[in-house]
Ligand binder design. Structure first.
Ligand code: MN
Length: 226
C-alpha cells in the first residue's frame, strides 16, 4: 500500500446531470481556433488548422456560482465552449470510434488572461499563464446524451447582453474529428474533458459581471465574477 508524504489532493470531479455519481476528471484538453470567425478575430492565418493546448484537471470549477477574478491580469476574456467528456479512450481513433468514447457533453467557459496570452504569443512562449490558471474552466453538469445537433446554438451573455453566438456545426474540426485528432497526439482515457473551441465575440469581463453560457440541448452555466 502506498504511503503518501501528506494527504493526496482530492480528485477533481464534475457532476453528472440526474445522477448521484460524479465524473472524475483526468485531463483537460482544449482546441484553439476551431471556429473560422473566431480565428479571424484573433488575427489567425486562414490556412492554419486548429490546435490543442491544455489546462490542469483541477482548473475545473463545476457549477460555481462565483468565480474569483484571477490575479496578474487586466484583460480576462470569456470563451463559451461545448465540452466533450470521455468514458473511454485510446490512441489513433477514427472519428467514429471517437464518438463511441463519449460519455456526455457539458457547457464550459475557457477563461483566458488575454494580456498574458498575447505577451506569450509575441515572445513565442508557452500559454499556461494565459490559459491554465486556477478556476479557469467553469463548467456545467455533464449531460449523458448523443452529440448535439449541428444547429445547436452556442451562446454567451454578460449582464444580459449577448456577446457570443455560434452553432456546433460551425466548428472547423467537428466533434468526432476533435477527439480523433487529440488521440493522434495523446492516448485518451476515461475522465478526459475536451473543450472544443469558441465562436466569435470573445471579450473582456470584469468583477461583478454576470456571465451566462448555454449550448442548446446540452445545458447552461452561469456565474458572477467576484
Ligand atoms: Mn478556447
Amino acid at each position: 500500500m502506498t504511503t503518501y508524504a501528506f494527504p493526496p489532493h482530492t480528485l477533481p470531479t464534475v457532476p453528472v446531470e440526474g445522477s448521484d455519481s460524479v465524473f472524475p476528471v483526468r485531463r483537460i484538453l482544449c482546441v484553439g481556433r476551431n471556429y473560422a470567425a473566431h480565428r479571424r478575430e484573433m488575427g489567425g492565418d486562414e490556412r492554419d488548422p486548429p490546435f490543442f493546448f491544455a489546462k490542469p484537471a483541477d482548473a475545473v470549477a463545476p457549477l460555481a456560482a462565483e468565480i474569483p477574478y484571477p490575479p496578474a491580469t487586466g484583460d480576462l476574456h470569456h470563451e463559451i465552449e461545448l465540452v466533450v467528456a470521455l468514458k473511454s479512450g485510446g490512441a489513433n481513433l477514427t472519428p467514429e470510434q471517437a464518438l463511441a468514447a463519449v460519455f456526455g457533453y457539458a457547457v464550459g467557459v475557457d477563461l483566458t488572461r488575454r494580456d498574458l496570452q498575447g505577451a506569450a504569443k509575441a515572445k513565442g512562449q508557452p500559454w499556461e499563464a494565459g490559459k491554465a490558471f486556477d478556476a479557469s474552466a467553469p463548467i456545467s453538469a455533464i449531460r449523458v446524451m448523443d452529440a448535439p445537433a449541428p444547429e445547436a446554438a452556442v451562446t454567451l451573455s454578460v449582464n444580459g447582453a449577448e456577446r457570443q453566438r455560434g452553432q456546433v456545426g460551425d466548428m472547423i474540426w467537428n466533434i468526432g474529428e476533435v477527439i480523433a485528432k487529440a488521440s493522434d497526439l495523446w492516448t485518451l482515457a476515461a475522465g478526459d474533458l475536451i473543450f472544443t473551441g469558441t465562436p466569435e465575440g470573445v471579450g473582456a469581463i470584469v468583477r461583478g459581471d454576470r456571465i451566462v453560457g448555454e449550448v442548446e440541448g446540452v445545458g447552461r452555466l452561469e456565474f458572477t465574477l467576484i
